[in-house]
Design a protein around this ligand. Sequence first.
Ligand SMILES: Cc1cc2nc3c(=O)[nH]c(=O)nc-3n(C[C@H](O)[C@H](O)[C@H](O)COP(=O)(O)OP(=O)(O)OC[C@H]3O[C@@H](n4cnc5c(N)ncnc54)[C@H](O)[C@@H]3O)c2cc1C
Length: 296
Amino acid sequence: MSAQSAVPGVFDLAVVGAGIIGLSCARAAALKGLRVVVIDRDAQANGASVRNFGLVVVAGQERGAAWNRAHRSCAIWQQVAQEAGIRILQRGLWITARRPEALPIFEAFLKTEMGEGCEILSREAAQARCPELAGKELHAVLVSLNSIRVESRQAIPKIADWLHARCGVQFLRNTAVLAVEPPRLETSRGIVQAGAVAVCPGDDLSGLYAPRIAAYHVTMWWHTLIELWAWHQPQKQLSDRSASPWDDATRRPSHSDRRNAMRRHCLEHDYRHEGVVRSIPRKIRCLWKRLMKLVA
Ligand SMILES: Cc1cc2nc3c(=O)[nH]c(=O)nc-3n(C[C@H](O)[C@H](O)[C@H](O)COP(=O)(O)OP(=O)(O)OC[C@H]3O[C@@H](n4cnc5c(N)ncnc54)[C@H](O)[C@@H]3O)c2cc1C
């Protein structure tokens, strides 16, 4: 291990990763007056934060803590955008109902606290405001005003520049963090000294803290599989809400419903496989059925 210092001085907080999560941590700490260094192995942001769609969406978030945080995030985004000179490309979000079954979902949503700042437009009203929405398939539009869109390839570098200029946050680019042992971080350029460390490495599941991450069984491909699974399903099955009670008054549409439906499907498929069923003792078969109920 090199004893050379990668950057002079001792920091209160070292942030690993200069994506949006790392920059958010850096901002929060710097606003509290802490000395912050952000370390990233790349010369510029290349991770999910610059590959994404730049949507700062409140309306689609999970009810409760997630929705409250999204609300707060959106307010912070607007404030930072103003201070850092980031253009807000779009304000508001339109969600179209292409089938009549979607309308009761919009109405149920409007009755919740999450409907604040949202309205439903009839087909005619929507088309009057936006003639591009012509077509027989449109039934109504849910308009949410509390969402914005930025261009992330522009926004992320601007936030970093703003953090440096306005809050004195230091950036160490082209520097990989190899080990974290506060108050020392071992990097590819030498040692960084910091009282605390926030590790924000994005989707790098095999680098820092790999064994701890592995304990959560995080998988990168589950979402893609759900989309693949949905691709060949008939429309009737996809709109069957019995496995996806999205319009239940007490909850919001949840991706986990579809995930559970798929898990159940996969487990049932494995279970019903002829050879497997025959070879499994009765007790295990009962446990298997109980497990399926728990999973899905
Ligand atoms: C196609 C797509 C579209 C999306 N659209 C949206 C959207 O519209 N709105 C939204 O809110 N979210 C969206 N997301 C999700 C969002 O982009 C991510 O949740 C978010 O960018 C994650 O940020 P991050 O900082 O954790 O990761 P990243 O942006 O990946 O940053 C992680 C950084 O850590 C660095 N790093 C990792 N390990 C080390 C190490 N050992 N040493 C030094 N540096 C290291 C990497 O170089 C990288 O720069 C989208 C994602 C994708 C893929």
